[in-house]
Design a protein around this ligand. Structure first.
Ligand code: 6CS
Ligand code: FE
Length: 299
């Protein structure tokens, strides 16, 4: 494991004694206007404004079939279930997520390198990119639990040591995302406000936070204010649809009590100009399968 370089100034204080609001100090779209890439200018502008961009079909139904088959192969492999990179549902003990899928599976590694995927990440982040984290979220039916409101960047800054907001996630639907089966919700425009949460990071926090986040959870008052200012958008879509969203969007998703799994593959691209340093608000960095320390650009 490479040792993280010294920490830089902390632009986004969090996990202190009380909640603290800091306006965003980073661009959302880092490439210069007119930079060539797969995203149209108008779409890039709406990403800049809202903090997200929904795409009806990023990959084809035939391709979805390939990735779904791979997802099912992984979640039914006892070796994968026994791997620390697999997180199970607290109640059913079914697999909830498998992290570092781009390293475990050559099929998902191919998706990361796909120009429709990495090309969009480079265009948004204005540089070469590497994978900070990847996961498949299975979110099986009949009671899979959701993910409470949070900013990913708050965790990736506090616990993984990402200095600036130069990170983008893409969630690609591998099953239909209905209004009813725990689809992603984002507060449009919330990426422009950093909500520093109250409460220090417990040791080995990730062992709990990946099932039910505690440290880094906003207060009811802050969420009420943000929802009042920005509203809440629900992302439904067919298999193959995708949502690109900025690392600091306030987002979450509900439980899934329907019979229909809401499975997606989730890839986090970070700029090679924003590599992880020491955590800004945690005793030690999280394991590399959650926060990469290999900054090799995706080629
Ligand atoms: O802690 C993390 O890195 C993960 N947790 C959530 C709820 N979203 C982002 C990320 O996958
Ligand atoms: Fe998240």
């Amino acid at each position: 494991m490479t040792t993280a370089p010294e920490r830089t100034a902390d632009l986004y204080p969090t996990r202190g004694a009380s909640e603290v609001i800091t306006p965003r100090q980073d661009p959302t779209v880092w490439s210069a206007p007119g930079t060539p890439g797969p995203i149209e200018t108008a779409d890039l502008e709406s990403y800049d404004r809202d903090g997200f961009l929904a795409i009806d079909q990023l990959i084809t139904p035939d391709e979805v079939e390939i990735y779904n088959r791979e997802l099912n192969r992984l979640v039914s492999d006892p070796l994968i279930r026994a791997d620390e990179r697999s997180i199970v549902e607290p109640k059913s003990q079914e697999i909830r997520s498998v992290f570092e899928v781009h390293k475990i599976s050559e099929v998902f590694a191919g998706l990361v390198r796909d120009p429709r995927v990495v090309g969009r990440a480079r265009q948004i982040l204005g540089s070469d990119v590497y994978v900070h984290q990847s996961r498949i979220n299975v979110k099986p039916g009949f009671g899979a639990s959701g993910f409470y409101w949070h900013s990913d960047f708050e965790t990736w800054h506090a616990e993984d040591g990402l200095p600036n907001m130069r990170t983008v996630s893409v969630s690609i639907a591998l099953t239909e995302n209905y209004e009813t089966n725990g689809a992603l919700m984002i507060m449009p425009g919330s990426h422009r406000t950093f909500l520093g949460c109250a409460g220090a990071t417990p040791k080995d926090n990730y062992k709990k936070s990946l099932q039910m986040q505690d440290a880094g959870t906003p207060s009811d008052e802050a969420l009420t204010r943000l929802a009042g200012d920005h509203g809440i958008r629900l992302f439904t879509g067919k298999p193959g649809s995708a949502t690109w969203f900025d690392c600091n969007c306030m987002h979450g998703s509900g439980d899934n009590i329907t019979p229909y799994p809401r499975s997606n593959v989730f890839i986090v691209f970070n700029s090679v100009e924003n590599t992880a340093v020491e955590p800004f608000a945690a005793p030690i960095p999280r394991p590399e399968f959650l926060g990469a320390r290999d900054f090799t650009p995706v080629r």
